[in-house]
Design a protein around this ligand. Structure first.
Ligand SMILES: *[C@@H]1O[C@H](CO)[C@@H](O)[C@H](O)[C@H]1NC(C)=O
Ligand SMILES: *[C@@H]1O[C@H](CO)[C@@H](O)[C@H](O)[C@H]1NC(C)=O
Ligand SMILES: *[C@@H]1O[C@H](CO)[C@@H](O)[C@H](O)[C@H]1NC(C)=O
Length: 172
């Protein structure tokens, strides 16, 4: 009986370790940012230490890691979750100095929804990974401009039409 209980606790302990082993990429990856992939897709880029050698650049498509759930389309960790199908990925950011993914989904009718990427994403010998999905290293991995961390990247185009152009015309 006692040995059965011990076995049970040993198994539970092993399970807890297996679960806790997910995530944690921030401890040995640097320069984390969001980058644009094709059209609607965005990904997480980081330079992660491998067993040997210099840190490697890789980009993990968020569509492989996150989706949405419920009436309010909250972000959810989901294997092949297709984030881009219900979220306006152009509005997704990592708020300054953070690794939390923050998006507006469902045609911005909802407020922002946030998930800490470090809870899910791990460093698999230099390559980012969520679930069993490995990131890729495109040839321009390091050159892709970072789009994250910066809120309000551009002035909206109406500012130019209704403010700057009239000011320019008045000023001539
Ligand atoms: C991370 O960013 C810093 C500052 O821009 C840069 O000096 C460093 O080389 C970057 N690290 C990698 C691995 O690219
Ligand atoms: C997107 O949202 C719709 C409506 O809530 C839902 O039916 C659909 O499953 C969602 N798509 C994905 C890929 O989660
Ligand atoms: C980790 O990656 C390095 C170089 O990228 C490779 O030499 C090494 O064999 C890999 N280690 C494992 C355990 O896959």
């Amino acid at each position: 009986m006692i040995s059965n209980v011990k076995t049970l606790f040993t198994l539970l302990g092993a399970f807890a370790i297996a679960v806790a082993a997910d995530g944690g990429y921030t401890s040995n990856c640097q320069n984390v940012s969001i980058v644009d992939l094709d059209k609607k897709h965005i990904g997480l880029r980081a330079y992660c230490n491998a067993d040997t050698g210099a840190p490697q650049c890789s980009i993990l498509d968020f569509d492989l890691c996150y989706g949405t759930t419920g009436e309010y389309q909250k972000l959810q960790e989901k294997d092949y979750g297709k984030l881009s199908s219900n979220c306006t990925t152009d509005l997704c950011v990592l708020p300054k100095d953070s690794t939390a993914l923050s998006c507006r989904c469902n045609g911005h009718k909802t407020s922002r929804s946030t998930k800490e990427t470090n809870d899910l994403i791990s460093n698999d010998n230099g390559t980012l990974k969520c679930f069993e999905n490995l990131a890729t290293t495109p040839p321009d991995c390091a050159q892709k401009p970072a789009k994250s961390g910066s809120r309000g990247r551009y002035l909206p185009s109406w500012v130019f039409v209704y403010v700057f152009i009239p000011l320019y015309l008045i000023g001539r």
